[in-house]
Design a protein around this ligand. Sequence first.
Ligand SMILES: [Zn+2]
Length: 172
Amino acid sequence: MASAFSHIAVPVAIRIAKGPRTIPWRLLVLAMFASAAPDLDSIGFKLGIPYESPWGHRGFTHSLVFAALFALLPAFGERFFRSSRRAIFLTTFVSMASHGVLDAFTTGGLGVAFFWPLNSDRYFFPWQVIEVSPIGIHQFFTERGLAVLSSELFYIWLPCLLIAIAFSRIVK
Ligand SMILES: [Zn+2]
């Protein structure tokens, strides 16, 4: 995984690009949760589910189908999220689907099962540039943690923020 901290760069960028009227706070919070949630599958390690299983880490929760199904539910809460059905669905879907995309750029672990349930193959992009993140929070405040953080700032936060700011200027 990239760290949970850096997965939220995508919903933050969407909010900057689209503005608070399209992406109100409640929707932003949901999208931030959706961007990090696929890694809840790491509980599978404790349950003895093998990494390479479709039910293991970077398996079904990291797929495009799972992101679409997950995004369907809140899309019916237009009043609660104070946004349109389309905006809720797309923001949630893109935030969650981006998780696997970022993971597929990392330097370690197994690839991402993007196309589950059609096939359970694991994929990486040809450019594995983001340092893979340590799993535990205590490992984060080490030299290795700092290397991960600087790699994520450069390869995730910087491009996300630049694209978001450019987009917000073009649309306005
Ligand atoms: Zn992940």
